[in-house]
Design a protein around this ligand. Structure first.
Ligand SMILES: Nc1ncnc2c1ncn2[C@@H]1O[C@H](COP(=O)(O)OP(=O)(O)O)[C@@H](O)[C@H]1O
Ligand SMILES: [Mg+2]
Length: 161
C-alpha cells in the first residue's frame, strides 16, 4: 500500500490499452478532475481493476467510445470515484445482479465470441472491497454500460491504519 495519484494509475491503463481500442475503432478518453486527492492503495491492484473494466468495455463494444473518468463522490470529498463507461452491447437487466458472481457471463453470442472466464468482475469487486470501497454497474441492453468504483481518498497520516 502506498499514497498514489489516481491519474497515474489511469494513465498506465490508458497507455496499455490504447492500441487495442484503436484497432477496434473505439475512441478512448481519459478525464481526471482537477484537485483530485491521492488514494492510499495497492497501485498495481487498482490498475488491474481499471484494466479489467476497460478491457471488458473494449471487448463488448463494437463502435463508439470508452471513457475513463476519475473524480469526487458528490458531496463527499473523502472518496474518489472512478468510472469506466462505454457505448457497447450493455448488460440485460436480469443479468446485472449476477455479472459479479464467479464465472458468470451473459449468455449471448456476442459475449461468447470474446475470450474470458467470467472472473474479472468478481476479482475486481474483491480488490475494491479490500480497499474499503465498492464497485457497481449501471447498464441498458444495447445502450452501453457504466462501471463505477469508489475508494477512500488519502486524508493524511491519521487515516492510515
Ligand atoms: N462493459 C461491458 N459491456 C457489456 N457486458 C459486460 C461488460 N463488462 C462485463 N460484462 C458482462 O459481464 C460478464 C462478466 O465479466 P467478467 O467477470 O469481466 O468476465 P469476462 O470478461 O471473462 O467475460 C461478461 O461476460 C459480460 O457478459
Ligand atoms: Mg473481463
Amino acid at each position: 500500500m502506498e499514497v498514489v495519484e489516481v491519474s497515474d494509475i489511469v494513465a498506465v491503463v490508458h497507455d496499455r490499452l490504447q492500441s487495442q481500442a484503436a484497432d477496434k475503432g473505439i475512441t478512448m478518453q481519459v478525464q481526471v478532475a482537477d484537485g483530485l486527492p491521492p488514494v492510499y492503495a495497492d497501485k498495481s491492484r487498482i490498475a488491474q481493476v481499471v484494466a479489467n473494466l476497460a478491457g471488458n468495455s473494449i471487448k463488448f463494444t463494437e463502435q463508439g467510445m470508452l471513457q475513463i473518468r476519475a473524480g469526487f463522490m458528490p458531496r463527499d470529498e473523502g472518496r474518489v470515484i472512478v468510472s469506466v463507461e462505454d457505448t457497447g452491447i450493455g448488460v440485460p437487466k436480469e443479468d446485472l445482479g449476477k455479472i459479479f458472481d464467479l464465472f458468470y457471463r451473459v449468455e449471448k453470442d456476442k459475449v461468447y465470441v470474446e475470450e474470458g472466464a467470467g472472473l474479472g468482475l468478481a476479482i475486481s469487486r474483491e480488490i475494491i472491497r479490500a480497499h474499503g470501497g465498492t464497485l457497481w454497474a449501471e447498464s441498458m441492453e444495447g445502450m452501453g454500460s457504466a462501471f463505477h468504483f469508489s475508494i477512500p481518498s488519502y486524508q493524511g497520516q491519521a487515516a492510515v491504519r
